[in-house]
Design a protein around this ligand. Structure first.
Ligand code: DAH
Length: 354
């Protein structure tokens, strides 16, 4: 019933006025293109003083003959306009919502962006694992300095200035003569001995070391080491072997075989290197062990009498063992990492894997 013609209307004297009012209201409603327009239209036609409302107020004033017909007609106009208005209002509301969504594309119903979860660096994880194993074996952690002097890094470890063994460590020197970055954690042995002498010692010394080396897949200028030192009245090579075996099996698996080879370090006598057997099932086994089936994990030995003495201990009364290993190397083995440079490159794609 969009519009009505005079024939649809009852036979009343001012029917033309009503028809015109109805048409005008409908046409203006269809011109409304905002909710504000609709409110104005509503006031004009259906409000307290609205044109349709005024006609409603005319009903009682009609003569008795036409009153019912007039009343019906005006009420019909009002009801129809009200329904049309609501329909139009709904459509406009929907349109406005669509427009505002398109204009500023903020959809509050979208799920938010997740906060990425952090995790421990793989070097930290393995270091904690190593510390945990040695803690169970009764070793305390002793932290030693990274900036050392030549005396402690070399000389007190039984390497005098022109000792050829110094060639094993390419050193970062500072502008202050004799002050260097430690090339290994072994100088920590001297610090801990001098601090605790004459008490027995059972410590590990974890920390960063620095070497002036060409950076390759197998060598970095910085890397971590874990040094171990045990000193007491009757410490023997058997204690060293037992400790290392227990450690290697906890870290790599209870079925691991451990092999001790004789070797040379200036600060231990005798010196050994420790290998573990590598599972043949591992497709990388041949490459890692160069076909031997064995993989080196650390250097070790009985603390040299000169080093004991430099630490304040009487070699007649005390003996001890020491070992040193590189956790990055061990981590590479454990997780089949093929390049040591990944450790400090801070590439999250690498770090996320652990
Ligand atoms: N300091 C040695 C290195 O950096 C590792 C090492 C070997 C430490 C034997 C020791 C040891 O305590 O007994 O190559």
């Amino acid at each position: 019933m969009d519009s009505t013609s005079a024939e649809d209307w009852p036979d009343i004297p001012n029917v033309q006025d009503l028809v015109a009012l109805d048409r005008q209201a409908l046409s203006e409603l269809s011109d409304c293109n905002s909710l504000a327009n609709i409110i104005a239209w509503n006031t004009k036609y259906l409000g307290d003083q609205g044109l349709v409302t005024l006609q409603l107020k005319q009903i009682p004033k009609q003569d008795a003959q036409h009153r019912a017909g007039f009343g019906k007609a005006v009420n019909r106009i009002k009801t129809t306009l009200l329904a049309k208005k609501e329909e139009k209002q709904r459509a406009l509301k929907e349109e406005e919502l669509k427009r505002s969504l398109a204009a500023d594309a903020l959809d509050v119903t979208l799920p938010g962006r997740g906060v990425p979860r952090g995790r421990l660096h793989v070097a930290t994880r393995v270091m904690r694992e190593i510390r945990g194993i040695f803690a169970d074996l009764g070793f305390q952690v002793y932290r030693s300095r990274e900036v050392e002097d030549d005396l402690t890094n070399f000389e007190l470890l039984n390497m005098p200035p022109h000792h050829p063994a110094r060639d094993m460590w390419d050193t970062f020197h500072t502008t202050t003569p004799g002050v260097i970055l430690r090339t290994h954690t072994s100088p920590g042995q001297i610090h801990v001995m001098r601090e605790l002498c004459p008490e027995p010692i059972r410590v590990i010394l974890p920390g960063m070391c620095y070497r002036y080396e060409q950076i390759t897949a197998r060598s970095e200028i910085q890397f971590e080491q874990v040094e171990g030192l045990c000193i007491g009245a009757r410490v023997t090579m058997a204690d060293l072997k037992g400790t290392i075996t227990a450690f290697a099996r906890r870290l790599f698996g209870q079925e691991r075989q451990v092999r001790f080879r004789s070797s040379y370090f200036p600060f231990t006598e005798p010196s050994i290197e420790v290998d573990i057997d590598w599972p043949k099932e591992d497709p990388n086994a041949d490459r890692l062990t160069k076909g031997t089936g064995w993989l080196e994990i650390m250097g070790a030995g009985m603390v040299h009498p000169v080093v004991l003495q430099n630490g304040g201990y009487d070699p007649q009364k005390f003996s001890g063992f020491a070992f040193g290993m590189g956790p990055q190397r061990i981590t590479m083995l454990k997780y089949a990492i093929d390049d040591i440079r990944h450790f400090w490159a801070n590439d999250v794609r690498f770090l996320q894997q652990f």
